[in-house]
Write a protein that binds this ligand. Sequence first.
Ligand code: GDP
Length: 593
Amino acid sequence: MREQMNIVVVGHVDHGKSTVIGRLLADTGSLPQGKLIQVQATCARNARPFEYAFLLDALKDEQAQGITIDTARCFFKSAKRDYIIIDAPGHIEFLKNMVTGAARAEAALLVIDAKEGVRENSRRHGYLLSMLGIRQLVVLVNKMDLVQFDMSVFDRIRREYSDFLGEIGLHPLGFVPIAARDGVNLIQKENWYEGLTVLDYVDSFTKEAGKEDQPFRFALQDVYKFTEEGDERRIMAGTVETGSIAVNDAVIFLPSGKKSAIKSIESFNKPAGSIASAGQAIGFTLAEELYIRPGEIMCKAGEPPALVGSRLRVHIFWLGKAPMIPGKRYKLKLATARVPVYLTEVRRVLDASDLTAEKGKSELERHDVGECVLETLKPLAFDLSAQIEGTGRFVIVDNYEIAGGGIVLETLSVEPSIVREHVAEREASWERGSVSISAREARSGHKSKFVLLTGPSDEFVRAAGKALEQRLFEAGFSAYYLGVSNMDKGIVLDVADAFDRRVETIRRLGELARIMTDSGTIFITAMPDTDRHELEMLRELVLPQEILTVCVSSGTLGNEGTDLEVTATSPEEASRQTENALRKEEILPEFHI
Ligand code: GDP
């Protein structure tokens, strides 16, 4: 199959976009047989001068009548490959398609009229390309015949426009002086010009790697358990976005960071295969059983992994009737992940209907394209859209409706974090009773602490948590065990969405732990399947009090990022070791009388 590349042609109205496209179609012999003569004849009949732009209209008419298959696209071919010209009927449509991924231009031709020079709109188009992350660009200075092919005119436009493009981070591959109407320098070089022709430039654009050749990404959709009794295996089901993977390959799940290896590849109603690759909806079993929640991205060890972060610089195209505003909680969907997200900063806004840049805006209105900073409540795994498209694109849900789409440009450091800011505010206005925490500690003879037990086995960690409560209580300490499932029927009862429920359980547990520890208690809970990011969130939420996280297990321990790891034959033994750790940390007195 011949290689295909999507390109877009942009520029101010009347600067010659359609003429450039029509010429490229005609001069590369890409038009349907007889089309050129037919359109020329029609013009002659109607005593109208022929225009290359009419070729496009003629093709579109045919397409509208369903004569050719593809409606919104034009093709031309070079010796190297086929080109699809993405039609941009209007800026709103084009931006919407680009930002939501319905269309994707890999490169652009930007047309400027030599006589008119760099206009405000030429700047806006440059800005538009930069916003969409289109990095490959050639600038065509058209209608050079109208300025008698004056080299100084061309040089001036080139200097002025490259300076502007440089400011917005775009570095065109080149500038070509052309006369599209007469086909000058499109395919054949004429005049003093010594650089590449437009077609040679277009052929020099580099093609993105095919999905199969990119690093492996598998978005986990669901985890199924085998139904037979005693069978503990789980099938991780989802779609391979990019790359490929084979049985025995080592894998890492992100954002949790949990590692394992592929044990088997399970297709539905088909015998198990040994390789899975881009585009396949498939299931995997793993060498070690891990608690992995849907929404994680599985990557292959040894390949560049997906990024993990909670502060992202993005471009958003906003479609919602209500504007996107800072401080409001939205839902971000990226691959199979769904996380609460906040708009924390609006850096630049472009009105998509007329491409005017608006300064000083702090929200996104309908049809605005904004360069913004988003912060998720919990770290998320993703890629930059320039690297891997499928995992670099997201939608924003407002009130159960898709209200915006966007692409990830950059991951930013986490300072300042929403959770940290929240805790600072909460603590600044914390109302204290008249009994201080030190007075409580002096009376009870121990410090307060939030003890969270985690580990691979649900039963084991819960039993260890209860045993710890029992031991501490019998030793005369103030200890309380909370079964996390109690929260489902109480504190998080109002959260219906399964994805939200997990983050909310963690968040509300953190708030609860802040209160419980303030009362002087050793507050114990058991959550088998936490990941390091959740532990980090709890650590922040419980401040100024402290958390001790302990991974307890009868067998191998996963690397869950806990403070302590305890391997014990029984939950009782695990609780004894945890108690010892509390004594060592001087939470409990070494000798309690
Ligand atoms: P678009 O609105 O950007 O698609 O512009 P068109 O391709 O429709 O061109 C606008 C007008 O400029 C048409 O009348 C063209 O014939 C004219 N035009 C295009 N290229 C050239 C050129 O190289 N020289 C001159 N003199 N006119 C041109």
